[in-house]
Write a protein that binds this ligand. Structure first.
Ligand code: UDP
Length: 196
């Protein structure tokens, strides 16, 4: 359902950390109330005429780098992580549809029984029709994260802005959950990062 535009952006990409869909402070697993809360906010934005693509993370289920510490292959653990993002995308898609919107789940790994494969032109067509497009399985490649997928998809889908919904309120010089005096950057360019 697409209505008159009242949003500052025509098309956005929301990178949703898996933790946003999880339970409690730790953000583990899938909590129905978290999924519904996110779905309601997304629906409000889309109903105001903004085209919304969402890259779902999977950290609430499994992160390859952490899981591979058991000694197995990192690549397999990363594929497991990507499958976790598909579960999240399916959950969120159901909750958004329950708000009266249409959605499409598109995956970078082909899983035909549950989702469409990601095809850029098809994704664009869905967005133009006002469907919320949920992009799952990251880039489809191990050794990456869904942040890379978000930057990639935002660029190829011509999104005006990439919004990252996560528990951390910015970029720090160290993990603020582990280092108490970590410094938050007010502004950071790509070149700044390279020169550090
Ligand atoms: N992943 C991957 N390739 C990708 C995207 C994700 O291998 O292109 C795997 C990786 O193991 C990652 C996991 O999927 O840890 C879940 O994604 P991410 O950690 O980005 O989730 P988030 O932290 O955003 O919830």
């Amino acid at each position: 359902m697409s209505t008159a535009r009242t949003q500052p952006f025509q098309r956005i990409l929301l990178k949703l950390s898996g933790e946003a869909l999880g339970d409690g402070k730790a953000g583990h697993g899938l909590a129905p109330e978290s999924v519904l809360g996110v779905a309601k906010q997304v629906a409000r934005v889309a109903q105001n005429g903004c085209e919304v693509a969402i890259v779902c993370g999977g950290g609430n289920i499994l992160r390859g780098a952490e899981f591979s510490k058991i000694g197995g292959s990192r690549a397999s653990a990363d594929y497991m992580g990507m499958l976790g993002t598909v579960i999240n995308a399916l959950a969120l898609s159901e909750a958004i549809e329950a708000q009266g919107l249409q959605t499409r789940v598109m995956t970078a790994l082909e899983i035909h029984a549950v989702a469409e494969p990601f095809v850029r032109r098809k994704a664009l067509a869905h967005l133009e029709k006002g469907r919320v497009v949920l992009l799952a399985a990251g880039t489809g490649n191990p050794f990456f994260t869904t942040d890379t997928a978000a930057a990639l998809r935002a660029t190829e889908l011509g999104c005006e802005v990439l919004l990252k919904a996560t528990k951390v309120d910015g970029i720090y010089d160290a993990d603020p959950k582990k280092v108490v005096d970590a410094t938050r950057f007010e502004e950071l360019t790509y070149m700044d990062v390279l020169s550090r």
